[in-house]
Ligand binder design. Structure first.
Ligand code: FAD
Length: 499
């Protein structure tokens, strides 16, 4: 598959416009500024960050609105180093241990320790699966990551050069030996007998909004990110990633035009020539869209032929989030907490087949005040309570939100042995239509298209527009995918393509 139909002939150091100041847009701005391009970022919202926003609720509760789990921090450090800065002068983080507290529906509790030996011993003690099996699985997950990441994540998958080299052929040839054929769930079922351990590892499919019962086994390399390389917490919360990158971009001379949504990408003579906003028309030989690729084509390029097959790929899941200021402390909870459903298959069927919210959903509770006490008043906690749900296809979200809130409260109150509702002192909700409206993500999908088939990686939109030289794409809706690390890699691929 080679989409590179026309070459971009813009001169080196040409001015570049970036549409959107999400994490990938910020990273692309930094990379292009370092490479000598004058860069202007057009952002429709009042500030940078996109899904990586923060806000406060009355009573002194701060929240990260979107992402909460952070892996591969080196990709952020790289941007500061690239600009000749010391990363720690801008951005600091700590490695988490434990990473997550898991609560199973049968009452079993498991701490996911960062250290493999410790984690494997915990699994043996709590679930009875021999530690050696856990170690072997994680080691294979690590080998899978090493064998495939360089090819599938770090380069454009849509340039002939990526296919016809030894590294790629080696990566593809390694898949069967690594057990990376079939679905992720099958892979985990083969590795473990205990359905709770299968559920624990299946959960990693949700890291890119996919269904473990459909997603390819290659996704079982995701646990390596957490258990091999580590999960991290940025000082001050996830928003620090966006704010430190925005600061760096400003220091590098990047111009930010907030509250200025782009209304059209301008073209002439078969290439991109600039863009139009309500403030006027701007001439740019290079335009990088960090906006979701579907509305980029539908709204900003309505007259251009759109890559329909790519744009019609099934979307990833979305989320229903309850932000609660909680007037109590829960010693048994940590930064990341998962309360599993009793029937994981039924839950994913609800999301991806019936396109509703499961009656008994898995609930994720993130509490940053465990790490940043100033995020809640003394004796209180800030709970980010998230359920995976389908992307918006016109469902009755008011009713689904009401039902889900009741189910979540009942489940958490039952598991924790305390009536939660009276403890909620402040509250806000974010639904799929709200996510779509606030960030222009198509259907409010968190990660662009889903990875629910073996070809999904190849069917994601490339980081460039084959028929419109000068137009590039970064962010969670294009290659290599959603989530902070992949968004950062998309910016690197764009900068490499432009260079
Ligand atoms: P986005 O954040 O989507 O930002 C796009 C920007 O473009 C926005 O600022 C928008 O205003 C702007 N824009 C859109 N249209 C226009 C226009 N026409 N003109 C100008 N500007 C425009 N990832 C993780 O790694 N870990 C997690 O734990 C995690 N959890 C998540 C939980 C939630 C609730 C959500 C919503 C996401 C989560 N993600 C997580 C995914 C992660 O947040 C995203 O993949 C990533 O932040 C997307 O970044 P992006 O660069 O694609 O841009």
């Amino acid at each position: 598959m080679n989409y590179n139909l026309k070459e971009d002939t813009s001169p080196p150091g040409s001015p570049a416009a970036i549409i959107g100041a999400g994490v990938a847009g910020l990273a692309a701005a930094v990379r292009l500024a370092v490479a000598g391009h004058p860069v202007t970022v057009f952002e429709g919202a009042a500030s940078f960050g996109g899904k990586m926003q923060q806000f406060s609720l009355p009573g002194g509760y701060r929240f990260d609105a979107g992402p909460s789990l952070f892996t591969l921090p080196a990709l952020v450090d790289d941007l500061f180093r690239l600009a000749g800065r010391v990363p720690q002068d801008y951005f600091r983080y700590e490695r988490l241990d434990p990473i997550t507290q898991y609560f199973f529906s049968d009452g079993t509790r498991v701490a996911a320790w960062a250290d493999t030996e410790h984690f494997a011993a915990e699994i043996e003690e709590k679930l009875g699966t021999p530690a050696a099996q856990v170690r072997a699985f994680l080691s294979r997950s690590g080998r899978s990551y090493e064998a495939t990441a360089g090819t599938f994540l770090h380069k454009s998958l849509h340039k002939a050069g990526t296919y016809f080299n030894r590294e790629t052929l080696k990566a593809v040839a390694a898949l069967p030996a690594l057990g990376l054929t079939g679905t992720m769930h099958r892979r985990h079922e083969k590795a473990f007998k205990d359905p709770r351990l299968v559920q624990l590892f299946d959960r990693f499919a949700t890291y890119n909004g996919s269904d473990p019962y459909q997603a390819p086994a290659t996704l079982s390399l995701i646990p390596h990110l957490e258990h091999g390389i580590g999960a991290f917490y940025p000082e001050g919360g996830i928003y620090a990633i966006a704010s430190s990158l925005a600061r760096l971009a400003q220091e590098l001379g990047v111009g930010f035009r907030f509250n200025e949504p782009v209304e059209e990408i301008l073209t002439a003579g078969g290439r991109v020539t600039g863009l139009r906003t309500s403030q006027g028309r701007y001439s740019f030989p290079l335009v990088v869209s960090n906006m979701d690729v579907v509305p980029t084509y539908r709204r900003l390029l309505p007259k251009q032929p759109a890559p329909e097959r790519t744009l019609r790929q099934p979307r990833s899941s979305s989320a229903l989030i309850f932000y609660w200021g909680v007037g109590a402390e829960f010693a048994e909870l940590d930064l990341h907490n998962i309360f599993f459903s009793a029937d994981y298959k039924a839950e994913f069927d609800a999301i991806f087949q019936q396109k509703i919210v499961a009656a008994d959903p898995t609930v994720y509770v993130n509490i940053t005040s465990k790490k940043t006490p100033e995020d809640a008043p003394p004796g209180h906690e800030n709970w980010f309570v998230m359920v995976n749900v389908p992307h918006d296809q016109g469902q009755d979200w008011e009713e689904l939100t009401r039902q889900t809130r009741a189910a979540v409260l009942a489940k958490l109150s039952r598991t924790l042995g305390r009536d939660l509702e009276p403890l909620i002192k402040a509250e806000k909700t974010w639904t799929p239509p709200g996510i779509a409206q606030d960030t222009s993500s198509f259907g409010g999908a968190l990660y662009g298209s889903s990875s629910n088939n073996a070809l999904a990686a190849f069917l994601r939109h490339p980081n460039f527009a084959g028929r419109l030289p000068g137009l590039y794409f970064c962010g969670g809706s294009v290659h290599p995918g959603g989530g902070i690390p992949l968004c950062l890699l998309s910016a690197k691929i764009v900068a490499d393509l432009i260079a």
